[in-house]
Design a protein around this ligand. Sequence first.
Ligand SMILES: [Zn+2]
Length: 406
Amino acid sequence: MSLKQLIHTVSLKLKISEEQTIEKLNIIAEIVKNEIFYKERLTHYDIGDLTGNVIINELLREGMASKYLSYECEVTDSVDFAIALSEKCNHCGEELADSPTHIIREAYTLNKPFLELIGQQKKEQLKKYIIEDYRSNLDRLKNRTHKIIPFLGAGVSIPFKLPSWKNLLLQLDKGLNETNREKYIDLIQQGDYLKALSFLKIYSGLYQNEQTIKKDIKSIIKSSYIKEPNNTFHNILDILKLDTQFIITTNYDNIVSDYLKDYRGEFVMPQNLDTLDDLQDLMEEDTQKVIHLHGNADMYNSMIVTEDDYNKLYREEKIKDVLNGIMSNKTLLFIGFSFKDQYFKDLYDKIYAQIKGEHFIIIENLHPFDAAELLKRNLIPIGINVDKEEENSFVKAIRTVLEELY
Ligand SMILES: [Zn+2]
């Protein structure tokens, strides 16, 4: 019996990647553990009938799961389990086969060796993707899973073909003369994105008007977005599965809301600071909500794009009220930010000034030297190994962290 063989066979039969197969096996193991379950239970977790059937059949064939018959005895109004139809009802004594007074359904359990193999496979994933030095930080975060609020940066939007902050700005280099274009690119390379935008507003013949910048940003976002139907290629669903009341983002795109609609089966209006009128109401509703601190592209006037916008925003009472309202006793988990960017450092300092507390950040290939700088800011790093050669490595590493938090 081998997990590898099982993964291989299931992926062939379902025509999905081995990675997706592992994901599905993990979900099943996570949901049902060692309990007796019915197939229908799996459909609530994005595992359809066909997929469920194939996986269960292969598990049974490999001896990794066992099949039971659950029966409801209408004579005595009791429920019980049997292995075969030739058995007699434990309650009324009638043989189960062809009995009109017993409702019989198939039920299953996952066998211990399968659960152990899945557990082992998870351990290997953790070892591969979490930099050992930061394991204790991850454990610390695991102790506060009910307090986490994800705070998303541009990195989570990359699998949807959206440009990073940097590449977005590089596309806005219009109306600049040669010298000014060089200076503009220089500011972007330093990660000083807001300053770059302020620069653009002053020196670009095209972007003197802020509205024009915002409209162009909106159209770049709208035209770049490609919805990714394969959930193993991005982390949005992994983030939604944390089931947190709020998801905060500085991204202008509405990707999270788009996937939230699929996940919840209803559209929840994304919020930005202008639309957040009644914070009390918002706190009382128990639907998941996305809050765009810097506005969103659908309402391009709400977008914070220049240094002036930005400084004004963080001076106002509103952001203080919102952050404090949402954040009482909560822990932020920053995902998809680069600590090398001046942009993030400023942002974090501004937010930290309003909320204090201890927060976490997932960072790829983090050197201990940089970790010290983060810790000085009360930002606890979880360093992940991202291998540029491996496809989808960043997404897989983040998923490995998030799976520890469910
Ligand atoms: Zn009976």
